[in-house]
Design a protein around this ligand. Structure first.
Ligand code: UDP
Length: 587
C-alpha cells in the first residue's frame, strides 16, 4: 500500500539525545550504502500511516485512515505510547514483520530440530525474539530408533541454536534473543540447570526451568518426584524436589540463570486450551505463547498520565487521558496484526486464530516520582493494582468494541472467554508488560515497571558513545527544593543513589529510590501486583545486592510462587559480567 500523504502541518517530533543515536543506528531507513535517508518525522509517519491504513479494509469502521494516521502519529511522537521495536523498524517496509515475540516448537527428530533452527534464524533476521521448549527432545544417551545410536540430548542441540543466533545477529536488525525452557521432570534437568555456570556459555539464551504444581508440592513436602522420558512417557528415575530446588537457587545466586516459570499456572490462563498447551514464553518471559504463535506488544508511558491539580487535587493520575490512550493503542495493536507479514505460514495461521496483543506500561517509576510515592511502599503496590486493573479493563473494553466492528477472534467460541460467555472479544489476550529496553530510551522514560537503576548516570549507548543522564523528575524536584547543582549531579552519577546523602532533604531521599535501595521483597510485590491484572506476564527482574545469600533467593523464588507470579528472574549485583539482552543497546 502506498504511504498516506504526510500532512503539510505535521509537527516535528522532539527527540532526546539518546533516542537520536538509537533511532539512527537501527530504526531510520538506510540505503544500500548504509546512509540514513529517513528523518525521525518520516519514520513515525511511515509507521502511523502503515498501521492506520489497515483500518480501510474494515467496512464498519467509523474511523478514516488519514485521520487515524494523524492520531497515531501524535500518540507516538508525544511518547504516550510506542509499539515494540520491530513495528517501528519494519512497518511500511519490505520486511513488514512487526511482532517482537514468537514461540517455535522443537520436535524430537533431526528434521524438526533443524526446521526450528532455520525458522528462528528467519525470525531473528526480522527483529523478533524466539522461545522454545526443549522438553520434547529425548534425553541424552537414549536410543535413536533409526540408527541404533544414542541421542545427544536437549543441551547439545541448544548449543546449535545458540551458535546459529550468534551468526545471524551480525546481519539482522537487532540481536536475536532466545528463551530455552526445560520441564523440571525431564531426565536431563540437572545438566540444564547448570548449563550456564560458565560465564559466556549459551550467551544468546535466557534459560528457565518449567516448574509444575506437582513439583512445587514435592518441594514443600520434601518429597521425591518422577523424571519422565518424553519419547516413551515412562518414568526413568526420581529426584528429591528440594535438592533440585536448592541447586536451582544456587545457580541463580551464582549467575542469575536459570529463571523459573510456573507452567501449570501459565496454562490455567491459556485462553485457548483446545489449540494446545503453552510450553514456552518469549525471551524475556513476559509473553507465554502456543507453538507457532506470535504477539506484538506496545507500551503506554504512564509518566505522561500524571495530572497536577486536576479536579482540585494536589496530584493524581489522569484517568480519562489514560483511557483515551488505551483505546487508541488497542486499535493500533490490532491493526498491527493485519499489517504484519510473518515469516512462516504456520505462524500466520496461528496469529490469525487468536489475534493476541500485549498492551503494557512503561514509565511507572516516573509516575511514582511525580506522585511522590516511594516505589517500596504499600501505597505504590496498591496503586499498581489499581492502574493495571484499569488498563486491563479498558483494554478489554476496547477489544470488545473492535469485535463489534470487525468480528471476534476466530477461536472465540472455543476459548475460555467464549465458554464463560464473557465476550465477544477481538483478541484472545490484550495485556503484557514488556521490559521496554529500547522503547524507554526512545520515550525518555523509566523502563517497564522497574524502578530506576540510577538517578543520574553515564550511559554507554551502542559502542562508544557516552552520555550523562539525569532523571528529569528528580532534577525538577531538586530544583524545587533549591538543592540542584552541577557538582551534586556528578557526585550522584558516581553512586546512582541518594540514600546515603544525609545533606539532602529527607522527603527527597524517601521518594527518589533506585533499584538497589529497594528491598527485594518490594520488587516481587510490585511484580505480583501488576501480574494480578495482566493477561500474559510481567517482565521484571528482582535485583539483589551482591551480599544477598542463597536463602534470600530461595525465599524470592518461593514467594514468587505464593504471590501468584508466572515466573521470576533474579539478578544479584556483580554476579555476571554480561547480560543476555534487553539492556536497551539494541545489539
Ligand atoms: N527482543 C529481542 N531482541 C532484543 C530485545 C528484545 O528479540 O534485543 C524481543 C524479546 O522477545 C523481548 C521483547 O522483544 O521479550 C520485548 O523486549 P523490549 O520490550 O525490551 O523491546 P523494545 O520494543 O523496547 O525494543
Amino acid at each position: 500500500m502506498p504511504e498516506l500523504k504526510m500532512p503539510a502541518n505535521l509537527p516535528d517530533p522532539i527527540i532526546n539525545e539518546n533516542a537520536k543515536i538509537v533511532l539512527q543506528r537501527r530504526y531510520q531507513r538506510k540505503d544500500t550504502e548504509g546512509v540514513v535517508y529517513e528523518t525521525v518525522k518520516e519514520m513515525f509517519w511511515r509507521v502511523a500511516s502503515a498501521i492506520a491504513q489497515e483500518e480501510g479494509k474494515y467496512k464498519e469502521s467509523s474511523v478514516k485512515p488519514a485521520a487515524l494516521a494523524r492520531e497515531f502519529y501524535d500518540l507516538m511522537t508525544s511518547y504516550r505510547f510506542l509499539p515494540n521495536s520491530p513495528t517501528l523498524m519494519n512497518a511500511g517496509t519490505d520486511i513488514g514483520q512487526l511482532a517482537a515475540c514468537f514461540v517455535l516448537p522443537v520436535a524430537d527428530d533431526i528434521e524438526g530440530i533443524f526446521d526450528a533452527v532455520k525458522h528462528a534464524a528467519m525470525i531473528h533476521k526480522s527483529g523478533g525474539g524466539t522461545g522454545f521448549s526443549f522438553s520434547r527432545l529425548r534425553a541424552k544417551d537414549s536410543v535413536v530408533g533409526s540408527t541404533g545410536g544414542v541421542a545427544s540430548g536437549p543441551l547439545s542441540f541448544l548449543r546449535i541454536f545458540n551458535c546459529a543466533t550468534e551468526q545471524i545477529k551480525q546481519g539482522g536488525t537487532r540481536r536475536g534473543a532466545n528463551m530455552g525452557i526445560l520441564r523440571v521432570d525431564h531426565p536431563d534437568i540437572m545438566e540444564f540447570i547448570k548449563a550456564k555456570e560458565r560465564d559466556g556459555e549459551l550467551n544468546n539464551f535466557n534459560l528457565s526451568i518449567g516448574l509444575t504444581e506437582q513439583f512445587m508440592q514435592a518441594v514443600n513436602d520434601r518429597a521425591e518426584y518422577d523424571l519422565v522420558a518424553p519419547n516413551t512417557g515412562k518414568t526413568v528415575g526420581t529426584l528429591n524436589a528440594r535438592e533440585v530446588f536448592n541447586i536451582l537457587v544456587q545457580k541463580a545466586w551464582e549467575s542469575g540463570d536459570p529463571g523459573i516459570v510456573f507452567l501449570d499456572r501459565i496454562n490455567r490462563d491459556n485462553p485457548t486450551p483446545s489449540l494446545g498447551e503453552i510450553e514456552s514464553t518469549n525471551p524475556c518471559g513476559e509473553q507465554p505463547l502456543l507453538p507457532y504463535e506470535a504477539c506484538n506488544l506496545g507500551s503506554i508511558n504512564l509518566g505522561k498520565c500524571f495530572a497536577k491539580g486536576k479536579n482540585g487535587k494536589d496530584s493524581e493520575i489522569d484517568w480519562d487521558e489514560l483511557k483515551r490512550i488505551i483505546h487508541l493503542s488497542v486499535r493500533f495493536l490490532d491493526n498491527v496484526i493485519d499489517a504484519s507479514v510473518y515469516p512462516l505460514d504456520q505462524i500466520t495461521e496461528m496469529v490469525g486464530k487468536n489475534r493476541k496483543i500485549g498492551l503494557g506500561v512503561m514509565g511507572w517509576a516516573d509516575l511514582l516520582y511525580q506522585l511522590k510515592v516511594p516505589y517500596n511502599s504499600q501505597t505504590a503496590v496498591d496503586l499498581a493494582e489499581r492502574v493495571m486493573k484499569y488498563v486491563q479493563a479498558e483494554a478489554r473494553s476496547a477489544s470488545k468494541q473492535l469485535a463489534k466492528e470487525r468480528g471476534e477472534f476466530p477461536t472465540y467460541a472455543e476459548s475460555t472467554f467464549g465458554k464463560a460467555n464473557l465476550g465477544p472479544y477481538r483478541n484472545a489476550t490484550t495485556t503484557t508488560i514488556a521490559p521496554t529496553g529500547t522503547l524507554s530510551i526512545i520515550a525518555g522514560c523509566s523502563s517497564g515497571v522497574e524502578p530506576l537503576f540510577a538517578l543520574s548516570f553515564v550511559r554507554n549507548v551502542m559502542d562508544n558513545d557516552k552520555l550523562v543522564e539525569t532523571n528529569p523528575f528528580f532534577e525538577a524536584a531538586l530544583k524545587e527544593a533549591d538543592a540542584y547543582s552541577g557538582k551534586l549531579m556528578e557526585e550522584i552519577a558516581k553512586v546512582g543513589s541518594i540514600r546515603k546523602m544525609d545533606h539532602l532533604p529527607e522527603h527527597l531521599r524517601h521518594v527518589f529510590v533506585t533499584s538497589m535501595d529497594i528491598e527485594p521483597i518490594w520488587h516481587l510485590k510490585m511484580q505480583a501486583a501488576f501480574q494480578k491484572f495482566t493477561d500474559n506476564a510481567v517482565s521484571k527482574t528482582v535485583n539483589l545486592p551482591n551480599s544477598a545469600t542463597k536463602e534470600d533467593i530461595w525465599d524470592i523464588y518461593w514467594k514468587a510462587y505464593e504471590y501468584g507470579c508466572k515466573g521470576v528472574t533474579v539478578y544479584r549485583d556483580g554476579s555476571k559480567t554480561s547480560q543476555v539482552l534487553c539492556t536497551g543497546d539494541g545489539d
